[in-house]
Design a protein around this ligand. Structure first.
Ligand SMILES: Nc1nc2c(ncn2[C@@H]2O[C@H](COP(=O)(O)OP(=O)(O)OP(=O)(O)O)[C@@H](O)[C@H]2O)c(=O)[nH]1
Ligand SMILES: [Mg+2]
Length: 201
C-alpha cells in the first residue's frame, strides 16, 4: 500500500540537526545514481516526494520525511560521487557514521545496490561496516527492469554470495521503481522493522 501521508520534515546537514527521536526510522543509502530517490518515491507511492535526477550527489544532508505519522524515512546522499571535494566527503562520512552508530530510533538501513553490476568495493565496504557495527540492514537491488530473467537470478545470487562470505544473513530484495517490481515487498520489510517484528540480535 502507498503511504496515506508523507511530509517533508527537515534536511539535516549534520547528525546534531536530526529531529528528536519521536518515531522509528528507516534510512535509504547507496551509491550516487543507484536509484534511491526513485525507490523512495515508489515505496511511498508519490511521484515527487523526493527529487530524482541525472546529476548525482546533489543532496548533502539527511532528508527527513514523516510517513503516515508512524515513521521517519531518511534519504541519504549517495556515496562515491567523485566531484564532491575530499573535505566534504570526509565530513559527510563522519556525520553518517555518527548517525548510524548513535541514532537509537534507527530500525533499518536499506542499502541500495544497482542490480546490473557486481556490488562495487564501496558497496561491500559499506555493507561490511554496517554488519560489523550491528546495524540492522537489508539489501535492495534497484533497476531490475533492465535485466532479463537470467540476469535477475545472477544479480540476487551474487549479493547473497557476498553476504555469505561476510558471514551475514540479511534480506535481499530485487526491485524496479520503473515497473514497481518488488516494491510491495520493500513496504512489508519496512513495516516489519518499524513495528519491531524482527529480531535483530
Ligand atoms: N530503468 C530504471 N531507471 C531507474 C530506476 N530507478 C532510478 N532510475 C534512474 O536512475 C537515475 C538516478 O535515479 P535517482 O533515484 O535520482 O538516484 P539516487 O540514488 O537518488 O541518486 P543521488 O540522489 O544523486 O545519489 C535516474 O535517471 C532515474 O530515472 C529503475 O527502477 N529503473
Ligand atoms: Mg537521490
Amino acid at each position: 500500500m502507498s503511504a496515506k501521508t508523507a511530509e517533508f520534515v527537515l534536511s539535516a546537514p549534520a547528525f546534531k540537526d536530526c529531529p528528536p527521536e519521536t518515531l522509528p526510522e528507516v534510512c535509504f543509502a547507496g551509491r550516487s545514481n543507484v536509484g534511491k530517490s526513485s525507490l523512495i518515491n515508489a515505496v511511498v507511492g508519490r511521484k515527487k516526494l523526493v527529487k530524482t535526477s541525472n546529476v548525482p550527489g546533489k543532496t548533502r544532508a539527511m532528508n527527513y520525511f514523516r510517513i503516515d505519522e508512524q515513521w521517519f524515512l531518511v534519504d541519504l546522499p549517495g556515496y562515491g560521487y567523485a566531484k564532491v571535494s575530499k573535505s566534504e566527503r570526509e565530513r559527510w562520512d563522519t556525520e553518517t557514521r555518527t548517525y548510524f552508530k548513535n541514532r537509537g530510533a534507527l530500525r533499518l538501513v536499506i542499502s541500495c545496490v544497482d542490480s546490473r553490476h557486481e556490488p562495487q568495493k564501496l558497496d561491500e565496504d559499506f555493507v561490511f561496516w554496517l554488519g560489523s557495527n550491528g546495524i540492522p540492514f537489508a539489501i535492495v537491488l534497484t533497476k531490475s527492469d533492465k535485466l532479463t530473467a537470467n540476469q535477475k537470478q545472477t544479480a540476487t545470487s551474487r549479493v547473497r554470495r557476498m553476504l555469505k562470505n561476510m558471514n551475514m544473513e540479511v534480506p535481499v530484495l530485487l526491485t524496479s521503481s520503473e515497473d514497481k517490481d518488488g516494491i510491495e515487498q520493500v513496504r512489508e520489510l519496512i513495516s516489519d522493522f518499524v513495528n519491531n517484528n524482527y529480531d535483530t540480535d
